[in-house]
Design a protein. Structure first.
Length: 376
C-alpha cells in the first residue's frame, strides 16, 4: 500500500529536444528537510532524512540485517537452484530446520519492498545479507546475479547498482530490480533507458581464449568492449562477441558456463565486467552499473565521488546517469533542460578524458596480455 501511494504521487516528463526523462515525487523534495520536517503539524508524507535516503535498515555490522528488514521482504530467490521462495514458507521451513539455518541463509537472497520506487515492481535484492558483504562487486557475484534473468525472463528487466561513493548510502551488497515496461509506461514507447540508445565506439574484441597453451579456456563466447559516445558520462559497455556462423558452427560448446543447450554469454560478460571492476576498485573509483538484455549488455560508469545531498537539484544514481533523472524539487522537475543535465554531469560526475583514458588503457593492456584480442 505504501508504494502504491508513493507511485500515485510520482510525476514523469519527457524533456524537450532530449531523450532523457525527468522524475519527481514530493517525498524526494530536498527543500522540506530544511523547512518544517520536525514540526508536529508536518504531514504524513514527510519522512526524516535518514528514512528518505534508505530503502532498508542497517543499524551496524553486528545486527541481524534480515530481522531488521523482515517487514519489507517480499520473497527470496535461490539463484543457484533457480527458485523463488515465498517469504512465509521460508520462515516455516527455518523453524523446522534450526540446525540448517546458517546454510539456508547463505543460499537464498531476500528481495525487499522499496518504499521509494521509480515504478511498479521496483524492488531491492539483498545478496548474502547474513554474511554482511560490503557493496563491492566481482565477476563471481555478477555471474551468480545474472541467474535472476532465468527466474524472470522479461526483456524489460533491468538491474541497477551504485557503489559506495556513487550515491549508495548503505554498505551492504544490494541491487535494484526494475522493469522499464513499468517505469517508462507513461512517457516512452521504446521501454528502455535513454543511455541504451547512445552511439557506441568499439575499442576491443576478445575471444577470451588464453594466449598461453598451459591455461585452461573457460569461456566459449567472447566479448566486445565499447565506449559510449554523445552521452554526458563516459561509460564502458560490454556485450557478447558476435561470431560468424561459418567460424562458430564447427566449434564444440564447452561444458562449463552453458545456458541450456547453448554457450552462456552472460558468464563471459560477467568475467569481462569483473576485469573493469577490478581496475576501478583498485584505483578507488566510484561506479554505477546498468545491466540489460537479460545480462548480455552491461554499462559500467566510472565517475567522480558523489556530492552532498543539497549540492545538486537531481541525484546521480545509476538511473539518473542513464537518463531517468530523479529531481529533488518540483521546480527542477518542471524546468529541467537537456543542456543543464549534460553540463552538470560532464562537469561534476563524469571522469575527465585523462582519467578515463588511463582506465581504458589499463583495461586493454590487461586483456591483450592474457587473451586473444583485436584492438580498434
Amino acid at each position: 500500500m505504501e508504494d502504491k501511494i508513493f507511485l500515485e504521487q510520482s510525476k514523469f516528463r519527457s524533456v524537450e529536444e532530449s531523450s532523457i526523462v525527468a522524475f519527481y515525487n514530493p517525498r524526494h523534495d530536498v527543500n522540506r528537510f530544511f523547512a518544517k520536517g520536525d514540526e508536529e503539524d508536518d504531514d504524513d508524507n514527510s519522512l526524516d532524512l535518514d528514512d528518505d535516503l534508505n530503502v532498508f535498515k542497517n543499524e551496524g555490522t553486528d545486527s541481524d540485517l534480515i530481522e531488521q528488514n523482515k517487514d519489507k521482504i517480499l520473497y527470496y530467490v535461490d539463484l543457484e537452484n533457480e527458485e523463488i521462495i515465498d517469504a512465509d514458507k521460508r520462515e516455516s521451513s527455518k523453524e523446522d530446520c534450526d540446525d540448517c539455518e546458517e546454510e539456508v541463509d547463505s543460499s537464498v537472497h531476500p528481495v525487499l519492498f522499496n518504499q521509494f520506487p521509480l515504478g511498479k515492481d521496483h524492488n531491492i535484492l539483498l545478496m548474502f545479507a547474513t554474511a554482511g558483504l560490503p557493496q563491492v562487486l566481482s565477476d563471481e557475484i555478477l555471474d551468480l546475479l545474472f541467474q535472476i534473468f532465468r527466474l524472470f525472463p522479461d526483456r524489460h528487466l533491468r538491474i541497477g547498482y551504485n557503489s559506495m561513493g556513487a550515491e549508495c548510502w548503505i554498505n551492504n551488497l544490494h541491487f535494484h530490480l526494475l522493469s522499464t515496461d513499468n517505469v517508462f509506461s507513461e512517457v516512452e514507447d521504446t521501454k528502455k533507458f535513454p543511455i541504451e540508445d547512445a552511439p557506441l565506439v568499439k575499442i576491443l574484441d576478445s575471444t577470451l581464449q588464453h594466449k598461453s597453451e598451459d591455461e585452461i579456456n573457460m569461456y566459449s563466447v567472447g566479448v566486445e568492449f565499447y565506449i559510449t559516445e554523445e552521452w554526458p558520462v563516459k561509460a564502458f559497455v560490454v556485450k557478447p562477441l558476435k561470431r560468424d556462423e561459418e567460424e562458430s558452427k564447427d566449434e564444440e560448446p564447452k561444458e562449463d558456463n552453458t545456458f541450456g543447450d547453448s554457450p552462456d554469454p552472460t558468464a563471459s560478460v560477467a568475467h569481462a565486467v569483473g576485469g573493469i571492476l577490478n581496475i576501478l576498485i583498485d584505483s578507488n573509483t566510484p561506479h554505477n552499473l546498468l545491466i540489460s538484455d537479460q545480462g548480455e549488455t552491461v554499462y559500467v560508469i566510472p565517475r567522480k565521488f558523489d556530492l552532498l545531498i543539497n549540492a545538486a537539484n537531481f541525484s546521480t544514481e545509476f538511473n539518473d546517469l542513464c537518463g531517468l533523472v530523479k529531481c529533488k524539487d518540483e521546480k527542477t522537475f518542471e524546468n529541467l533542460a537537456d543542456s543543464q543535465y549534460k553540463k552538470f554531469l560532464k562537469k561534476e560526475v563524469s571522469l575527465d578524458t585523462e582519467a578515463f583514458t588511463k582506465i581504458k588503457d589499463e583495461l586493454i593492456t590487461k586483456f591483450v596480455k592474457e587473451y586473444e584480442c583485436t584492438e580498434y
